[in-house]
Design a protein around this ligand. Structure first.
Ligand code: AMP
Length: 187
């Protein structure tokens, strides 16, 4: 089944996506990881996005949508997708709907990990030490949170009306969040 893990930066999307990948034998689709990989490999895309990413701004929809297109039509991964960090804009959400329809797939569940700003700041400061991400410093965290509130919030409105939308308290312990997701999935 295809699942979207949705939420602000630092909500634990990556952690829960990894949990589901293991549990369901699925694939984690992290646009953040894909973009960091482009930077690491110093590709044309990487050169174009490095400043934007380090500054906590979103990468253009066109670039992210193109990266995603290759994944959606990958027959090995079809109906085994765990989306982590995509979609983040309404344009991306609508693009995803089109690509899913074209590839005859659907989203089975959308999990929204709801976390408040204070918890996010504390978590990302911890993550900076552990993962050494260049976009995890204090001022960038706040910028990323503001970007989320401005641009990603409309995506939440779009998804929250759907029947397969589940809000989970993302401030709980990692294992408790995983357990809650498991209960909803009934796996
Ligand atoms: P993440 O690893 O999901 O926290 O993403 C890290 C950064 O990558 C974000 O702050 C954005 O700059 C960029 N990024 C990741 N996913 C997207 C997306 N779907 N749309 C635009 N930018 C993205």
């Amino acid at each position: 089944m295809n699942i979207i893990i949705f939420g602000p930066p630092g909500a634990g999307k990556g952690t829960q996506a990894k949990f589901l990948v293991k549990k369901l034998n699925n694939f984690q689709i992290s646009t953040g990881d894909m973009l960091r990989d482009e930077i690491k490999k110093d590709t044309e895309i990487g050169k174009k996005i490095i400043n934007h990413m380090n500054d906590g701004k979103f990468v253009e929809d066109e670039i992210v949508n193109k990266l995603l297109e290759q994944i959606i039509f990958d027959t090995k991964k079809m109906n085994k997708l765990i989306f982590d960090g995509y979609p983040r804009t309404l344009n991306q959400a609508k693009n995803l709907d089109i690509l899913l329809e074209k590839s005859n797939q659907e989203i089975k569940h959308i999990f929204f990990l709801n976390v408040n700003k204070d918890t996010i700041v504390k978590r990302i400061e911890k993550r900076k030490i552990l993962e050494k991400r260049s976009d995890d410093d204090a001022s960038t965290i706040l910028k990323r949170y503001d970007t989320y509130m401005k641009i990603t919030q409309p995506v939440l409105d779009y998804y929250s009306k759907k029947q397969n939308f589940h809000e989970v308290d993302g401030s709980m312990e990692i294992n408790d969040i995983s357990q809650k997701i498991e209960e909803i999935l009934n796996v």
